[in-house]
Design a protein. Structure first.
Length: 133
């Protein structure tokens, strides 16, 4: 069976699109923390199996952030920042589907809220942050 150039190009386009979808699904979600006019940030997203989602942004000493989230399955959750090669965890919980707390910022730093999905199905995450100076 002979395949024309047009058919070959069509097949290649379909394969390329499929590979892009797989690659996008395989990547981790890293989100830049951007506050709205009320100093709030909220997001709802899926965390793929074996992947993570991370929300990161610059915070200043003296600020505080009230946070809460819920998921439809267990995740390994933490709030962290980096001091050189060392990672500092102001909050950390494993196998949790819901939590809330407050981060009192002690250092000018980039802080990250992170969820790792160790399950074999996508987990839905709903997050809310409220910044106070």
């Amino acid at each position: 069976m002979k395949i024309s150039i047009c058919e070959t190009m069509g097949i290649m386009a379909v394969l390329a699109a499929a590979m892009m979808i797989v690659a996008a699904d395989a990547s981790a979600e890293i989100i830049d923390l951007q506050w709205d006019g009320s100093e709030k940030f909220s997001r709802e997203l899926g965390v793929a199996p074996g992947k993570f989602a991370e929300v990161c942004g610059k915070l200043s000493r003296g600020e505080s952030v009230a946070w809460n989230f819920d998921t439809d399955g267990p995740t390994n959750f933490n709030v962290h920042y980096h001091e050189g090669a060392r990672v500092v965890f102001p909050a950390k919980q494993d196998a949790v589907a819901k939590a809330e707390g407050r981060l009192d910022v002690q250092l000018d730093q980039d802080y990250c809220w992170m969820w790792a999905n160790k399950s074999d199905k996508t987990v839905r995450l709903r997050l809310s942050l409220q910044r106070r100076s």
